[in-house]
Structures are given as C-alpha cells and as structure tokens.
Ligand binder design. Structure first.
Ligand code: TXA
Ligand code: MG
Length: 310
C-alpha cells in the first residue's frame, strides 16, 4: 500500500491524518463524519466554537456541500484561484455536520494546491475538514517536523510534503451577505482578488468589534513575548529580531525573512522563523512590520496577533 492509500484508509475509518497544503499543514478528518471531526478538536485542544475549513478536490465536490450554486463573483474567483490559498464561506447543505461549522449555517471551503492534499481527497473519496495542524492558538506548522513537535502523538499519520510554499494560511472570503467580505488576510493577496471582482470589504476583527469565529485576536503566537517595533529599539542579547532588513547590532538572535525584501519569500519563512526564535530562550522577540501590500498584509496581521497579550 502506498502512503496515500494508507492515509486514505485512516480517513475513511474516522482517523486523523496530518497533510501538507501550499499554505500550512492541516490536521484532517472525514468532514462528513462528526465523530472523526470531534477528534480534531480534541487533538488541537481547540474550542469547538471555532469552525473548520473543508478541503475538496474541485468546485463540483464543493457544491455538494452548499445550499445554493456559487454566486457569480465567487465563480469568477474560483476560475482564477482554485486550486489555491483561497477559502470561501457560503451557506451549507444538510450534508455538512454541525460540528464542522460550529452550528453556523455556513461552511468554509477550499481546493488546496498541493498534490498530496489532492491525492488524499481523491483516494479517500471524502471532503476533508482540516484546521492548521498545531495546538490551538500556536504558530501554524509549515513543515512535517513542526507537526511532529506539536501533535506527533495525536495523529495516526503525517504525510511529509516538505516545506509549504506559501507559508501563511488561506485568505478567507465570506459570500454569506450580499457583498463579499474578507474575513482573514492570507496567502491570496487582496489586490489579486480586487483585480477580478472589484473592491471588497475587509473585516478581520479588532479589539473593539465583537469577534466572528476565527478572529480571535491572540493567535499565531510564539511562547516568547513578541513586540512590534514602532520607532527605534535598544537591542540587547536577550532580544531576538524578526524582520525583512538587517537589524542594528546587539540582538541575541536574528531572523531575516527575505534578504531581497520579497514579501512572498518572507511569508514562506515567517512561521519557521518565529519557531526558531521561540526555541532560543529569549526574553522578547522584536518584530519589524513589513510593507502593508500583497502578502505583507497577511504577514503584518500574523505579527500583530502574535503581539497581542492574552
Ligand atoms: O490555509 C488554510 O486555510 C489552512 C490549511 C490547512 O487549509 N487551514 C487553516 O484552518 O488555517 P484554521 O482552522 O486554522 O483556520 C480556519 C479559519 C478559522 O479561523 C475559522 O474560524 C474560519 O476559518 N472559519 C471556518 N469556517 C467558518 C465559517 N463557517 N464562517 C466563518 N469563518 C469560518
Ligand atoms: Mg489555525
């Protein structure tokens, strides 16, 4: 039996498999089996009010999980960006168990752009519910080794597809209201979306607004306190630096996200860099915000959330 066949059998039997996607690694279970999905919440220690993304092989498989056909603007985006780092939220059909959506009437769906993820969905014949494969609130895994470190004893199998190419989670767009709204900035840049369907509203949750599911402010956080740099810093050996540029001298550890200043490369390196700094026994990680454009928006969003004290 190939690894994919073994993994598919585990999914069909109601077990958990961690698998790579182009964004981050996911912790997958049969989306149509509520007991299997419950095991995800248990493994992640995740509050059950936070709903899951369902991964499908193509738009046809997606439509079976939906109450209505895709709206026109959603179809335009799908044509351009699936498979890819884009999740759509739409009214669900009765097929989708309530535990997947935390009893919301809507389901989040995407077609991942990774051969192993697509093979697993095809081979198992099931849509696969999967959050990022980390303990709740922690930094998302971008390598199989990251998954092993945080959930190794809780999953039957980890499919290793090497480091994730995109490195930040998918962009989430809700089509529940009349006009689309971006709920999470992610691997598909806002500019790319707006090129296809025009201006869209962004509502990613804030300190003052009531929070929608998944917009928990403190998220994606290393254990070491992380601060966003505003103005200048006085470095010392107990401080780590995370940024695009070279820091002033004196930091105890340094992670440069992209020497060429590429935001694409920076996104791909972000979570692994946070983890490496977290292992260094530092008192503080100082993070330099990046230009707020393209993938920079998703990077700044993750840095900001990592900096908020719980
Ligand atoms: O790139 C990704 O999206 C990765 C890979 C594995 O696909 N998955 C991921 O899943 O980041 P997770 O569970 O860590 O984040 C999914 C987010 C959550 O914040 C959740 O609240 C939101 O999607 N979400 C899921 N279903 C929703 C729904 N019905 N309405 C609103 N938000 C929803
Ligand atoms: Mg997550």
């Amino acid at each position: 039996m190939s690894d994919i066949q073994k993994a598919a059998k585990i999914i069909q039997d109601g077990g958990l498999v961690a698998f790579p996607t182009e964004t981050v690694y996911g912790l997958g279970a049969d989306a149509l089996n509520p007991y299997a999905v419950a095991a995800i919440f248990e493994a992640k220690n995740r509050p059950t009010f936070d709903p899951l993304i369902v991964h499908v092989a193509d738009p046809f498989q997606a439509e079976m999980l939906l109450a209505h056909p895709f709206p026109e603007k959603a179809l335009k985006l799908i044509e351009q960006f699936w498979p890819g780092p884009m999740t759509l939220v739409l009214p669900k059909s009765k097929l989708v168990p309530d535990i997947v959506t935390s009893s919301l009437p809507n389901v989040a769906i995407r077609v991942p752009n990774h051969p192993l993820a697509l093979d697993l969905i095809h081979e198992s014949g099931r849509p696969i519910a999967a959050p990022s494969a980390n303990s709740f609130g922690a930094v998302s895994p971008t390598t199989a080794e990251h998954v092993r470190q945080s959930l190794g004893d809780k999953v039957k199998m980890i499919l290793d597809g090497g480091p994730c190419e995109v490195g930040v989670e998918s962009t989430i767009i809700s089509f529940v209201e009349k006009e689309p709204v971006v709920l999470r900035l992610g691997g598909l840049p806002l500019e790319a979306i707006e090129l296809i369907i025009g201006k869209v509203a962004v509502s990613t949750g804030s300190k003052d607004k009531p929070m929608a599911p998944g917009q928990l402010l403190q998220h994606y956080a290393p254990r070491t306190p992380l601060r966003l740099i505003q103005g200048s810093v006085a470095p010392n050996a107990k401080m780590g630096w995370l940024g695009l540029n070279n820091p002033p001298k004196g930091f105890g550890a340094v992670e440069i996200l992209s020497a060429e200043g590429s935001l694409i490369e920076a996104a791909a390196h972000l979570f692994a860099a946070m983890r490496r700094l977290d292992e260094k026994d530092l008192e503080m990680i100082m993070a330099q915000p990046v230009p707020d454009e393209g993938l920079g928006r998703a990077i700044n969003d993750r840095l900001y959330r990592a900096s908020v004290k719980s």
